[in-house]
Design a protein around this ligand. Structure first.
Ligand code: LLP
Length: 468
C-alpha cells in the first residue's frame, strides 16, 4: 500500500510506501506506484498510457482498492458484531454495471434510490450470474418521493422498500391490499442527530426532508401493525455524509435500539437495524477520517451494548457506505491545455473537463489534490489554480495547488474521485461524459464508454414543421 505525503520543509510531495491505514485514509488507490520514468502507475497500468489509449478526461478505477475496501468493511463487521450483519453499497455514489458486479461479488447488497439505480443493479446481477436468491434480503429502495412505477419495480423484484413518509406508507398499504403481494419494508426516521459536515449533505437533523418525524413513531408503528400485508422488518436512519467522527453513529445506534424497543411493544418484531452510511474519506492532507475498522467498531459495540441494556435480541445490523467504499478507488486523469497568468494575482491552468465530470467543488466547495502523472518526481515549483473548461467562472477544480511547472499535454490526475463524480456528472456545455476504465494487474478494461457527439443528440427531436 502507498500514500502521498508532503514534506513540510521542501513542500515536495512524495509517495509513502508501506501505507497500512484504512483505504478511506489513503489519497491514492492502494496499488499506486511510480515507475523508473517517474510516471504514475495504478493497478499496474501507466496512467499516461491509459490516457493515450482511452482519451481524457478519464476515470480510472483500481479494482484491488475497491475489493480491499469491501473486504475491510466485511471483516470489521464480522469482527465486532456477534449477530448477523450486512453491508450494502449506497449506489448513488456511482452506479454502473461493472462496479455493481465487483461489489456484489464481495458479498454486498445494494441501496438504490431510483428506478435507474435499481435497474442498473438488477441488470448487472443478472448478466454477471450473481442474482440474489432473495432480493428482499439484499436490495433496499430508498427515496423521499418514490414514484408509483419505482415502487412497483421494487415490489415486482421482491426488494425491500425503505419507507420515508406517510404518503408512501399509505400508497404501499393500498398496493398490498389490492395486489396480494408481500411487501417488505424498513421505516426511515429522522434521528435528530447533528454531525459536522456540509449543510447540503446532512440528513439526520430534525429539519430534514428525509424520513418520518420521530414524533410520529407511535402512529407509524400502529399503522404498520394494523396492516398485515406489510412486513416491517426494521428501522433505518442516515445522519449525513463525509463525517469524520465516530460518536454520531454510536449515538445513532442507541437511538435505533430505543425505537426498536418501542416497535416491539407495538407487536412489530423488528429484525433489522440500518445505520445508513456516512464515513468520510481523505481528499486533502488535512482530512483525518476514522478508519473503517474504528467506525465499524463504534457502531457494533454501541448496538451490542444497547441491546444488552434493553434485553432485546441483537438485530441484523446493516450499514450502507457509499463514498468510503468507492471514493479512494478512482482518480480522474485530465490533459492540461491553456494557461492564463494574471500578474501578481494568480496563474490558471485549464484542463479538458471540469464541473461536468466533477461538480463537487462548485457545489460543496470540496477540495481535491492532484499530481502530474507523467512527471511524478518534478519539483513543485509554482502555485496554480486548476480550472475546468466550462463557461462559468466558478468552474475551478482546485484552488491554489503547488505543482511542477506544467506544459500543455501534461496529465493532471485528481485523486479520490470515485464517489459522487460520475454519478453527478452532467453534459453542461454539451460536453460528452468521460469514459471509465477498470485497472487490475496491468490489465485495463473499459467499463463505461466515452459519450460521443452522436450520443449527445440521441434524444433530441426536430418536429417536422420546423424543417425546411
Ligand atoms: N444511505 C443514505 C440513505 C444516504 O442518503 C446516503 C448518502 C448514503 C447511505 C451514503 O452515504 P456515504 O457513505 O456516501 O456518505 N453528493 C454528496 C453526497 C450526498 C450523500 C447522499 N446520501 C457529495 O458529493 O458529497
Amino acid at each position: 500500500m502507498l500514500s502521498i505525503e508532503t514534506n513540510q520543509e521542501s513542500g515536495k510531495k512524495f509517495l509513502l510506501p508501506n501505507f497500512n491505514g484504512s483505504p478511506n485514509q489513503s489519497l491514492l488507490p492502494l496499488t499506486s506506484t511510480v515507475n523508473h520514468e517517474n510516471r504514475l502507475i495504478i493497478g499496474g497500468c501507466d496512467v499516461t498510457t491509459l490516457v493515450e489509449r482511452f482519451g481524457s478526461p478519464l476515470y480510472i478505477v483500481d479494482e484491488e482498492t475497491l475489493r480491499s475496501t469491501c473486504r475491510q468493511y466485511r471483516e470489521a463487521f464480522e469482527k465486532y458484531y456477534p449477530g448477523e450483519s450486512l453491508l450494502i453499497y449506497a449506489s448513488k455514489a456511482w452506479s454502473c454495471m461493472a462496479l455493481c458486479n465487483i461489489i456484489a461479488s464481495e458479498g454486498f447488497g445494494f441501496d438504490v434510490v431510483s428506478a435507474g439505480e435499481l435497474y442498473t443493479t438488477l441488470q448487472a446481477l443478472f448478466h454477471s450470474g450473481l442474482s440474489y436468491s432473495d432480493n428482499s434480503d439484499k436490495i433496499y429502495l430508498h427515496g423521499n418521493n418514490k414514484s408509483l412505477s419505482e415502487l412497483n419495480l421494487a415490489i415486482d423484484n421482491n426488494c425491500t422498500i425503505v419507507v420515508d413518509n406517510w404518503f408512501e406508507l399509505e400508497t404501499l398499504a393500498k398496493i398490498a391490499q389490492t395486489s396480494n403481494k408481500k411487501i417488505c419494508i424498513l421505516l426511515r426516521f429522522t434521528p435528530g442527530i447533528e454531525c459536522h459536515t456540509h449543510e447540503y449533505i446532512k440528513t439526520g437533523h430534525i429539519d430534514s426532508k428525509f424520513g418520518f418525524d420521530p414524533n410520529d413513531l407511535e402512529a407509524v408503528f400502529t399503522f404498520v401493525s394494523n396492516n398485515s400485508a406489510i412486513e416491517c422488518k426494521g428501522i433505518h436512519a442516515h445522519i449525513g455524509s463525509q463525517i469524520f467522527e465516530c460518536k454520531p453513529h454510536q449515538d445513532l445506534a442507541g437511538v435505533l435500539v430505543d425505537w426498536m424497543k418501542k416497535a416491539v411493544a407495538y407487536g412489530l418484531p423488528i429484525k433489522e437495524l440500518n445505520v445508513g452510511g456516512g464515513l468520510g474519506i481523505r481528499y486533502t492532507e488535512s482530512d483525518d477520517p476514522p478508519s473503517i475498522d474504528e467506525w465499524a467498531k463504534g457502531i457494533c459495540t454501541a448496538v451490542v451494548a444497547a441491546c444488552k441494556e434493553t434485553g432485546l435480541p441483537q438485530p441484523k445490523l446493516i450499514a450502507e457506505p457509499g463514498r468510503s467504499l468507492i471514493g479512494t478507488s478512482c482518480v480522474t486523469a485530465y490533459t492540461i491545455g491553456s494557461r492564463k497568468v494574471v500578474p501578481g494575482i494568480r496563474t490558471y491552468i485549464a484542463v479538458d473537463g471540469g464541473m461536468s465530470d466533477n461538480p463537487r467543488p462548485i457545489t460543496y466547495q470540496s477540495e481535491y489534490l492532484a499530481v502530474i502523472a507523467n512527471r511524478m518526481a518534478a519539483e513543485l515549483e509554482e502555485t496554480v489554480t486548476v480550472a475546468g473548461k466550462h463557461c462559468e467562472s466558478g468552474d475551478v477544480l482546485i484552488q491554489d495547488i503547488k505543482l511542477p511547472v506544467t506544459k500543455p499535454g501534461d496529465i493532471l490526475v485528481v485523486m479520490a474521485t470515485g464517489a459522487y463524480n460520475y454519478s453527478m456528472a452532467s453534459n453542461y456545455n454539451r460536453l460528452p461524459n468521460p469514459a471509465a476504465v477498470l485497472v487490475n494487474q496491468g490489465e485495463a478494461n473499459l467499463i463505461i464508454k466515452r459519450e460521443s457527439l452522436e450520443d449527445l443528440i440521441y434524444q433530441d427531436l426536430l418536429p417536422e414543421r420546423l424543417v425546411k
